[in-house]
Design a protein around this ligand. Sequence first.
Ligand code: 26V
Length: 824
Amino acid sequence: MIHQDIELTEAQKILKEEILGKLSRHYGRTLEDATDAHIYKAAALCVRDVIMERWIQYRRQQRKTQNKEVFYLSFEFLMGRALGNNLLNLELTKDYDQVLKSMGLSLYEIEDKEADAGLGNGGLGRLAACFLDSLTTLELPAFGCSIRYEYGLFKQRIVDGEQVELPDNWLNDGNMWEIAAPEESMIVRFGGKVFTESTDSGMSVRYEDTTNIVGIPYDMPICGYKSNIVNTLRLWSARAEKDLDISAFSEGELMKAVEDKAMAESISKVLYPEDSNPEGKALRLRQQYFFVSCTLQWMIQRFKRHHNGDLSKLSELVAVHINDTHPAIAVPEMMRILMDEEGMGWDEAWDITTKIFAYTNHTIMSEALEKWPMDLFMRLLPRIWMITVEINRRLQIRLEEAYGNDIGKINYMLIIANGYVNMANLCLASCHKVNGVSKLHTDILQNDVFRDYYNLNPEKFVAITNGITYRRWVRLANPELSDLITKTIGKGWETNCEELKALAPFADDAAFREQFAKVKLEKKKQLAKYIQENNGIEVDPNSIFDVQVKRLHEYKRQLLNILHIMYLYDRIKHNPKVEIHPHTFIFGAKAARAYTRAKLIIKLINDVAKMVNNDPDVNGRIKVVFIENYGVSLAQMIIPAAEISEQISTAGLEASGTGNMKFMANGALTVGTLDGANVEMSECVGIDNIFIFGMNTPEVKSALQYGRPAPQDIYASNSDIRRVLEMLIDGTVSGNKTYYDLYQSLLFGDRSGCADRYMVVRDFESYVHIHQIIDKAYRAQDEWQKKAVLNVAYSGFFSSDRTISEYNEKVWRLNKYKKPKNGK
Ligand code: 26V
């Protein structure tokens, strides 16, 4: 970039000196020999300075006022990049932009040097990240607590159409945003033997032969928008307790010691890339207990420090949230700490524990509800096992009182049954609140999956619909749209998304619509450029951008989408005159390493892309693009460019979805089933402004129960479907046998399920039909743009600020931070 003559304000001149100062003092560079990566680091250091001051002040005040805090325990935080987000929240974007421009640099390119913190798989992890942003913006005191994985979710490359996984070594180049706090390290015990003895003062617990692991905390500051507080994401890293005593070892012992050390440290090595099949893996249980135990021990120590050793107000001043069952082991761990370390009796400890904990469920898929083999649990965590057995024994008494000898029901509700420890039941039995993540999902929990617990304690259940942070997903991802909105309705929406409603009247304003459409076109061009550079595919920014980006799962039905594309291709081939508006179908999805069928679907998408994009008969009328390595930063580029958002899960199976909300807020129209939060989106925006198709939840349930309509019957009677399914196996797309598995599973089922478990065949016709409607609707551009504007206008409900306010009212009951009057 060429140096630009830019007038800097006094403050900007100082900032420029600061950045240059960091460059020279920390990296020994001048502007001339600095790389973009150096500049990124220097800029990050400057931002850190601003944050540190606020962090110190906030923490000092927090200690003084003893304000209640929430500890949000989550196995995953999918944070993405921090620099741009922190600048936005601290209202420094413009200054940095100007200063960098004056140095001949672009803020956008500098931000690009930061690695994504990809410490999560998908929706659950990203939700946790949005929550931290909203908690801080609303000035509610909170800690996010998790593991400092050395490797985040794998990097995805597509080679010959297939997914290849590469390690995501995100810490390779250092992490500018973390601060180690080794002085607050905790020790966690695994395995060994436990002996309990009654003493005069209660009970004492003695351990033998345990393997001890040290947890070292790393803190990342979380800024909120115009917020006076800085919250903390505390990530624990595992180290062996003892360093290698090299001199004392013989060769063999040395090797053994090295191995033991590596074993210990493997705990925080890598994020589990499976959100599909948690399996009973010991390492995963070790990870869970490790971060939960570190967090709770530290929480109690800190509390005692701030309250002269007095725990009597613990349940008043602390809330702990269990994000899905992954941290559920926190319940017996809390009991252990209160009883074994703090000398409380069972009843007192139980009273505190049940007041503190709340649990969110994020999926009803039975494969995903965690159960641990009893013997593994017992061997790895003997003391926690003893406590869990006692929780279970007392639960059984309560259940027998309620349900007499209905053994089936009681077994279904127990924590320990049939050789497994059921983590959802542990949460249901011990948390004071349980919530689903959309209205529909909560209904399903209450009436179906957790019905018996709901009947026992209906007051525990609450519905809290998910949300997204507009800071990252609109303002950072789409500054062009944000500026247009602010220009049109003022700044109010930045802190209160409901004010977006003021945009609704502008849907009828042709001049506004024109500007709105111009923004979308600009975002499409930016994405088209990326696709050209990364996929080597030229896409037409005037074609419809139809996007499905999310984890690859059969229930999310990327297969339905690609089968429809095959159908369109076939139509064009047979009738070149068929009317289809030029269409670009964009996919992005990672499949779990071991999820063979999901990987096959990725290959199918890529094979179809190759076939369609290179066929002269198609002549560019439809194009298919698979963008590799989908993640937070790519989402920030892709979503603003979308015009159609594919939210097509089998009804009843997507707990909420949050991608759907990001698209809506950026003016895409949704094609979706009545699933998860789509239901509420359609209520907010109105049924005329969303494209709903397919079976609803009761219809899916009945089809599964009776096997009717049967996919084979549909195949026999519907020639479109027949043709498309045949294309899977007749060599049209790839070698004859390649997609036989998909064909088979759709029509006949397999060992793991019935035919068409996810209603792809059964919803196909309806999906084709809705796309015909969409195609037509798109040609009426004025009407289309109106709908797009209304989607933005009525998206405000899905702000995570609203979600967090609901959590706070219904679950945590925190008080907003009070800034000290004298500013000290
Ligand atoms: C999904 C599936 C589906 C197939 C089989 C097994 C399985 C296991 C786990 C999962 C998802 C794990 C938890 C999760 O990420 N849930 C997501 O949470 C989001 C935030 O609440 C929500 O928007 C998504 O709908 C939900 O899938």
